[in-house]
Write a protein that binds this ligand. Structure first.
Ligand SMILES: [Zn+2]
Ligand SMILES: [Zn+2]
Length: 236
């Protein structure tokens, strides 16, 4: 696992598949996603490597019910007394009460899907607080839920307007460019969610997969959202 500074109070933990983020408000720590089932110790080591105490992780906000995003959430929450938050529409999947719906795969996504399926299944995980669009999350001076369905029904973005920071979950990804995330259950809905996230015009964007964007982020998001929704004719 690599630990990467995004902003002085924001770090990324990068795993072979997927990543999680650590936000700090003084001593109070928030995790955005928690890696797969084997990620707990690595995340704790990453927190300590920054001179911080994992015992101060107060909350783990899960962007959606995929096992590369919440696999280690309950282990970390149990050890450190953290609360687990997720959108109500993915809560039953995260708790292990429902199967996640299969995505409608595009042909070019098939090899990526085979790779993604190597992530070990996540254990049933409690959700302490079910979220809805617009809910305030209690960190980052007013972090809010932006419901962004399509990748999964309960996918969320997390917006910190005070800091100009946006976490997209898997609605948006970054490979060689910013793009609509892959493996969508409802692609049309995902495109609409991408446009909604782009309209927030964030200065810093943190994706579920791919390196964060810290320069010209709003323009890159808006251009990609337009391109992926097919509403803009490309002129080469
Ligand atoms: Zn996902
Ligand atoms: Zn993912």
């Amino acid at each position: 696992m690599d630990t990467v500074e995004v902003l002085p109070r924001l770090h990324m933990f990068r795993f072979p598949i997927g990543q999680a983020y650590l936000w700090r408000d003084g001593a109070d720590l928030t995790l955005i996603d928690a890696g797969d089932i084997n990620a707990a110790s690595a995340i704790e080591d990453g927190v300590r490597s920054l001179g911080l105490d994992p015992g101060h992780i107060s909350r783990i906000v899960v962007t959606h019910g995929h096992c590369d995003h919440y696999g280690a959430a309950q282990e970390l929450a149990d050890r450190h007394g953290a609360e687990i938050l997720a959108h109500r529409l993915d809560a039953a999947v995260i708790r292990g009460e429902e199967e996640i719906a299969d995505p409608l795969l595009l042909d070019w996504e098939l090899p990526l899907w085979e790779h993604a399926r190597t992530v070990p299944p996540a254990p049933p995980t409690r959700v302490d607080r079910e979220l809805s669009d617009g809910d305030e999350l209690g960190f980052g001076q007013g972090a809010r839920v932006v419901h962004s369905p399509g990748h999964t029904p309960g996918s969320i973005g997390i917006h910190l307007p005070h800091h100009g920071v946006l976490f997209t979950g898997d609605c948006v990804a970054r490979a060689d460019r910013v793009m609509l995330g892959v493996f969508n259950i409802d692609r049309e809905q995902a495109v609409a969610s991408f446009r909604r996230l782009a309209a927030l015009e964030p200065a810093t964007v943190c994706f579920g997969h791919g390196d964060p964007l810290t320069t010209d982020a709003a323009a890159a998001m808006l251009a990609s959202a337009d391109r992926d929704s097919g509403l803009q004719i490309e002129h080469g």
